[in-house]
Design a protein around this ligand. Structure first.
Ligand SMILES: Cc1ncc(COP(=O)(O)O)c(C=O)c1O
Length: 422
């Protein structure tokens, strides 16, 4: 593991040089980007991979015999192999390119749940899911007559496993849980939940949108049946995501969409589906963004995911200590840094989160405010909205200091202005 002269796990300042946007000024101030849970910034290496594809070998994949098409196909499949290695998937065929986490989850809902679940069966999720991992299952329940059950949280914002054996029962056919909450930062004990799911013969989908970019994730170690995540939250471009599935389960699923690459043989009467993973990749895929996601994986692997996670844990611990100094701000979620990632939601006793977000933007500090696509969870804390600062590989303690100073300034400003919206 690399350690910089300042005692950091890797040289954060050196890493920052790879991200052109971080040099930007916003409203006259140096940008402090703390909205990484929404989307991460992109290093030059990822941007270069996109430009290189479009400038040198732009062509459609899989169907060509000419040089450009062969090069594009090789790069596209190489990127798949990089993702396979990154999450320790057993074979490249178990890695399917989608548009994002949401589409990956929808794919499982349509192509797995519709085929394998029936009225009376149960789907289990947690109370801290992103809407993408909640609504898909609500809709399946409406359509099939299955029941949706929830693993609760503790007061502190951790997953409460005390009733897991009652919640995940012989009626459970599918379990869908986030690996890290995008609001609370809570790490969900996925391995334990997977064990229980498998003990009753259910499959488990893990929403890795917030974990795969930040910590080592090994699908064989977790023993999850599906893992969904997005390229854009892990230094890659928007418009590309991944669904990992155990090959034998993917084999037994219907296609999600029809056309083009997912077909092997067609007559006027019917068609035979292509082999994995192409069975689930209808139409011309997102070639450039898949290749650039491969470059993002290279970047993260070069830092080392252990180092990425340790950096984030150190920074989270520092940020939580600094938040504890603020009298009128409350962190929403666990305050033990060993149980959470670097997504910190918070509220002020009097000032509305949107006002905080706007005041920080004037100082060049980018955070997110709102329900963060987890409305029921945010409501369960008695809020309609919370403010959220989320970190990544290029953030450092100096930026956390700016955030804390900005929050103090905002408090001063709004107490004078008399902002009392709740
Ligand atoms: C936990 C979680 N799941 C799913 C999603 C949806 O990701 P995407 O918008 O890339 O589909 C997000 C996005 O913020 C998320 O944080």
């Amino acid at each position: 593991m690399k350690t910089s002269r300042r005692g950091e796990i890797y040289d954060v300042m050196k890493v920052r040089e790879d991200f052109p946007v971080l040099a930007r000024k916003v409203n006259g101030h140096q940008l402090v980007y703390l909205d990484n849970a929404a989307t991460s910034q992109k290093p030059r290496q990822v941007i270069a991979a996109l430009v290189d594809y479009y400038e040198r070998y732009n062509a459609n994949v899989h169907r060509g015999v000419h040089t450009l098409s062969i090069e594009a196909t090789d790069a596209y499949e190489e990127a798949r192999a990089k993702v396979q290695k990154f999450i320790n998937a057993p074979v490249p065929e178990s890695v399917i390119w989608t548009r994002n986490t949401s589409e990956s989850i929808n794919l499982v809902a349509y192509a797995y749940a519709r085929k394998h679940l029936k009225a009376g069966d149960e789907i289990v999720t947690t109370v801290m899911e992103h809407h993408s991992d909640l609504i898909s299952w609500q809709q399946i329940c409406k359509e099939l007559g299955t029941r949706l059950r929830f693993i609760p949280r503790t007061e502190e914002g951790l997953i409460d496993l005390s009733t897991i054996d009652e919640i995940i029962s012989a009626r459970t056919k599918l379990v869908a849980v986030t690996h890290m909450s995008n609001v609370l930062g809570t790490i969900v004990p996925v391995r334990e939940i997977a064990e229980r799911a498998h003990a009753v013969g259910a499959v488990i989908l893990v929403d890795g949108a917030q974990s795969v970019p930040h910590m080592p994730v090994d699908v064989q170690d977790l023993d999850c049946d599906f893992l969904a995540f997005s390229g854009h939250k892990m230094l890659g471009p928007t418009g590309i995501g991944v669904l990992y599935g155990k090959p034998e389960i993917l084999e037994d699923m219907q296609p999600f969409m029809y056309g083009s690459d997912m077909i092997l043989e067609v007559s006027y009467e019917g068609a035979k589906w292509n082999q994995l993973p192409y069975k689930f990749e209808a139409g011309t895929p997102n070639i450039a963004d898949a290749i650039a996601t491969g470059a993002a994986v290279d970047y993260l692997e070069n830092l080392g995911m252990d180092a990425v996670w340790r950096h984030e844990q150190q920074l989270t611990a520092y940020a939580l200590r600094r938040f504890a100094e603020l009298e009128n701000y409350r962190v929403v979620g666990p305050t033990d840094p060993s149980l959470r990632g670097g997504t910190i939601s918070f509220t002020h006793d009097q000032v509305h989160p949107h006002d905080l977000g706007t005041a920080l933007d004037r100082l060049g500090i980018a955070i997110r405010t709102g329900h963060h696509c987890a409305m029921p969870l945010v409501k369960s804390y008695g809020h309609a909205a919370v403010a959220r600062a989320s970190m990544y590989i290029y953030n450092h303690e100096g930026e956390i200091d700016h955030l804390i100073e900005g929050l103090k300034q905002a408090e001063g400003y709004f107490s004078h202005a008399g902002s009392r919206r709740s």
